[in-house]
Design a protein. Structure first.
Length: 368
């Protein structure tokens, strides 16, 4: 009898558990939430949109000091300025495709008021961001200024420095190096043309194969590092450093990285457009290379790169990347396109799809 009571108690206990787990009548059973249901729909997207200059001009270079303020240089002695992200452009010099003027192929700004624009042997300077004066003399080689007065330029293996904003220049270095070529020691002149300063004191100049010239005193003195002999074209067309030791160089359209101040370089897998592409970083994580119809970008400091084809109406000649969520490209026929982040339902004429860069962390800052 006791055994019968025990068995009955177990049966009744099991039934109570079953009833407790059974949904009540009229109450639908809850299904597990999927990852797709948890993810909220995107609120923003990235786009390229036209902010073109309405004249048939070749635009060669662009430099933005913030998301919205920047300058573009081009043919016929043209310097354009915007303070509203390209919605409106003011021609500070030139602007007329039929006017006389040199091809201003390089522009550089240290801050919103101090900037320089260059043709092949002439230099223009502004100290208010609006009016320009030509600096006298035969001035060649792209300039890089570490302050509003102190700058460096390099051409044909010679490095020049200025202490007065570009008016007067003094040669401070001639590149010459001893290296082993096919087992034989040679002492030879070395050409330099690519220049970048990650800090006010540390700078790099490159060009000829295997040569890295480095300064640690703002360009007063330079030391030459000679790399190993490797197959292929080792000439450097562009250089950009994130800090005093970590940087990138471009050889033809192949990317190399150093983490020890140029003593050693390792190849990076990246598909860049052929034809002397440049590399620029907005901060220590996000960097771009944009030329022709190829846009390559990294979001992890250059360790990995993604390349996309973008169907701009004209090939890209140059670009500027002031922040990770704002960029500008320029090209022929007055083409200027702006990269920015907009609401998901935003549309505009000529808009092109783009990849959304990740949000910046509080620790990220510009390497410039």
């Amino acid at each position: 009898m006791k055994r019968f009571v025990s068995v009955l108690a177990l049966v009744l206990y099991g039934m109570s558990l079953t009833l407790a787990q059974t949904p009540r009548a009229g109450t639908p059973a809850q299904k597990p939430t999927t990852a797709a249901q948890k993810a909220s729909p995107p609120k923003f997207k990235a786009i390229w949109e036209p902010v073109n200059y309405k004249e048939d001009l070749v635009l060669f270079d662009v430099y933005f000091v913030s998301k919205d303020e920047g300058w573009v240089t081009g043919a016929a002695g043209t310097i354009l300025h915007t303070k509203d992200g390209g919605t409106n452009w003011t021609a500070e010099l030139g602007g007329d495709p039929h006017a006389e003027g040199g091809e201003l192929k390089h522009v550089f700004f240290k801050d919103p008021t101090h900037g320089w624009a260059q043709a092949w042997n002439s230099l223009f300077r502004t100290t208010d961001g609006e009016s320009w004066q030509q600096v006298t003399g035969d001035i060649r080689g792209d300039v890089f200024f570490v302050s509003d007065l102190k700058g460096i330029r390099v051409i044909a293996g010679r490095i020049f420095a200025t202490e007065d904003g570009g008016i007067g220049w003094k040669q401070v270095f001639t590149c010459r190096a001893k290296m082993e070529v096919q087992g034989l020691t040679q002492e030879k002149d070395c050409d330099l043309w690519a220049l970048h300063f990650p800090t006010a004191t540390v700078g790099y100049a490159m060009g000829a194969p295997r040569i890295t010239a480095r300064t640690e005193d703002g360009g007063v003195t330079w030391n030459v590092l000679v790399g190993p002999e490797q197959p292929g074209d080792q000439r450097v067309s562009d250089v950009f450093f994130l800090d005093a030791n970590t940087g990138y160089q471009v050889r033809t359209n192949v990317l190399y990285r150093t983490t020890d101040g140029g003593q050693n370089w390792q190849g990076v897998i990246a598909k860049l457009e052929a034809g002397y592409p440049k590399v620029k970083f907005a901060d220590r994580e996000v960097g771009w290379s944009c030329l022709g119809g190829t846009w390559a970008y990294t979001v992890d400091g250059g360790k990995h790169w993604t390349s996309r084809s973008v169907r701009f109406p004209a090939p890209v000649i140059s670009f500027s990347l002031p922040t990770r969520d704002r960029g500008y490209v320029v090209g022929d026929h007055g083409m200027i396109y702006r990269y920015r982040v907009v609401p998901i339902d935003y549309t505009s004429k000529g808009m092109l799809e783009a990849t959304l860069m990740p949000e910046a962390s509080a620790t990220q800052s510009s390497p410039n």
